[in-house]
Design a protein around this ligand. Sequence first.
Ligand code: FCA
Length: 335
Amino acid sequence: MNRFLALLVGLTVLAGLVVGVGCKKQSAPGSEKIKIGFIVKQPEEPWFQNEWKFADQAAQQYGFELIKIGAMDGDKTLAAIDSLAANGAKGFVICTPDVKLGPAIARKADSHGLKLISVDDRFEKADGSPMEDVHYLGISARKIGQAVGGHLYEQMQARKWDPAETAVCVVTFDELETARERTEGAIEVLIEKGFPKERIFRTPEKKAEVEAAIDATNSLLTQHPEVKRWLVCSMNDNSVLGAIRALEGRGFNADTVIGIGINGTDCINEFQRDKPTGFWGSMLLSAKQHGFQTAEMMYQWIVEGVEPPLDTRTTGVLITRDTYQQIFKEQGLAE
Ligand code: FCA
């Protein structure tokens, strides 16, 4: 009897082991990874490549699979969401190519039961107001713009430029709230400091790209051949770089132009040139927070049910040709 019992116990333990191993196999790391999408509007821009790089780090740390998709227009964006759903993703982070797509994107995400976090560019309702119910992580746009304005003014004074011979070229992209806030913030501070309002010129770009900024700046320069020195600001590095290229086309250079960008990721080649150009500095944003933190928030939302805050804002810090290497080192960004 005892022997029989022992055998029974032995068999039960064995069976348990087999079942246990079987179960383990099913949930072994790698076989059932959570999938999270990360859609960006301009995959060629270093800013977005950095966001992806940091989101990848979150994927590695937490063991989920990151599906990166570039979507430059509405059709691509909506198709990307369908394909994420078909692939079994549970949610996605997105910088939309057009904030007006917000309601359509939110509806599509909802229809597939996908969680959604918007990054950088906040979704807008049909009436232009922000979709405050969609989780968002973006920059403190007005504050960062104000910092640009402050540094431009300081640099002008440091060079003892006569404000009467100087003008401001503001390449605008007012369709986008985060862009408008940045340029309006810069203008606000320049005026506050005493820069003559009538020589702050706004010129709209059709897209936030170098070529479009070149066009926008050229049309402004044609109207103002009298200006001897220029301060330049815009929504990001590429837009300021475009302005600098247009100014160079008319003989302006580091002695007659002070440009300050935003991102701090798309101006590294510029800082690495042999000679300084009119692109003097940039407000370095935290691509790490935008990429890593949004992906991390999405993962924790899916797995632990921790809903992220509805609105998270990040800050920036000035970098120049002389300081960027040191600051990158301090922030662990150096290659
Ligand atoms: C927008 C811009 C990007 C970057 C980001 C934070 O999406 O297009 O270049 O500045 O905001």
